[in-house]
Design a binder for this molecule. Structure first.
Ligand SMILES: Nc1ncnc2c1ncn2[C@@H]1O[C@H](COP(=O)(O)OP(=O)(O)OP(=O)(O)O)[C@@H](O)[C@H]1O
Ligand SMILES: [Mg+2]
Length: 372
């Protein structure tokens, strides 16, 4: 009955269905959340989480399911990757424990953290790189060898789905850049050269013209052509691939948050992660606009005393997360506002994505990813 090496058909079917759900997601955040939900569903774990790491194995992002938002609020901040979590994160190996507090690297939980005993951690790989780890805790009677195999199978599918989501994003981005470059080239090669030629031949004509009146009209026209060419050149210059920005995103974000929060009886905390350099002016502008929209909503509508803004950069994306613990709202209800729609549209135009997680009574998280 409990043969640890043969997985039951029912559970295999559920793995296949879960894997299909994961693979069916198009944006990265949905892939990650569906992976956690499927893993919880497959194993009967109470809590599930997915930690994303950077090149140095440092914990960059932590998504979780199974904990009520009140519980999460009480803990206050996501794990910092110390203790056992840090060990697993760096090592990228599967780990299954009946009681995680007995592991030598365990440092215990922060205040207000619900107790957790049994543990299953499985790495998610992208080729040879470790993308992150899938964590499950608190299955009654502990996780079995079979759970481990099923979750390892899910992790392989998740890795492939993450890769696809990133690839699609890069392609979208590339399409935008290529379009701009093509338009710039066409404008330069075809139109400017034409205008230039017209100007030259007009100038040649002035030599032969006798009446002063016609002479001055032509001179005037040539001048206007020159102006048109200059403004086209400026336009083309703007279209060209961007140069790196000298702007300091940290400074600008801090300043923006200060201005926006000041009129409210609330506090906004900001956390920066990663290098945050080599950003194009476009991405800096997008990030500031997106933070401004999401933060204004949190301040105006949520009634939350504390809003958290996180800005982080990893290998290939800039991530912005705005979280409040306020009223939340019904996402499907039609509104007259433009803010949320603008957030989605702006993120998409930049080749990225915006995910809004909310429900009445449970606060709101706006998570935005912009490809670099
Ligand atoms: N963080 C939040 N907390 C609670 N409710 C929110 C939050 N963000 C948005 N909402 C709700 O969603 C609605 C739509 O938001 P949206 O930003 O699109 O429009 P708006 O803020 O009302 O107007 P606009 O952004 O155009 O000035 C809001 O009116 C509000 O009811
Ligand atoms: Mg708004």
């Amino acid at each position: 009955m409990n043969d640890p090496t043969t997985v039951s058909n029912t559970r295999l079917m559920r793995l296949v269905e879960g894997a299909a759900a994961v693979a069916g997601q198009t944006d990265l955040t949905s892939v990650l959340y569906t992976t956690i939900e499927t893993a919880i569903d497959l194993t009967g774990a109470r809590f599930g989480a997915l930690g994303v790491v950077d090149e140095d194995g440092k914990l960059m992002e932590f998504l979780h399911r199974g904990m009520s938002s009140d519980q999460a609020d009480e803990i206050g901040h996501p794990p910092e990757g110390l203790g056992l979590l840090g060990t697993i994160t760096k090592r990228g190996e599967t780990l299954r424990l009946p009681d995680l507090s007995e592991h030598p690297d365990s440092v215990g939980f922060p205040a207000n953290h619900p107790p957790m005993r049994s543990f299953l951690g499985v790495p998610i790989r992208l080729g040879t790189e470790i993308f992150g780890n899938l964590y499950l805790t608190d299955k009654e009677d502990g996780f079995t060898r079979e759970d481990e195999e099923l979750v390892a199978g899910l992790a392989v599918v998740a890795g492939a789905a993450i890769n696809t989501a990133r690839l699609q994003r890069r392609l979208r981005r590339l399409a935008v850049v290529e379009d701009r470059e093509r338009i710039a080239r066409d404008l330069h090669d075809a139109i400017i050269q034409d205008l230039f030629a017209v100007g030259l031949s007009l100038q040649a004509t002035t030599q032969k013209v006798v009446t002063d009146e016609v002479h001055s009209v032509i001179t005037d026209t040539v001048q206007r052509l020159d102006d048109a060419i200059s403004s086209l050149r400026r336009f083309i210059f703007d279209l060209r691939p961007p140069i790196w920005s000298q702007r300091d995103l940290r400074e600008e974000v801090s300043e923006l948050i200060g201005h926006l929060t000041e009129p409210y009886n609330a506090q906004t905390e900001v956390v920066f992660e990663g290098k945050l350099d080599k950003l194009t002016p476009n991405i800096v502008d997008d990030a500031l606009q997106l933070i401004s929209e999401a933060l204004s909503n949190a301040l105006r509508h949520a009634g939350s005393e504390l809003v958290l803004v996180e800005v982080g950069q990893d290998r290939d994306e800039l991530m912005v997360v705005v979280t409040d613990h306020g009223t939340g709202f019904e996402l499907d209800e039609p509104t007259t506002g433009m803010g949320l729609e603008n957030i989605r549209a702006r993120a998409q135009r930049a080749g990225g994505e915006a995910t809004i997680t909310t429900s009445p009574g449970s606060g709101t998280t706006v998570r935005i990813r912009l490809p670099l």
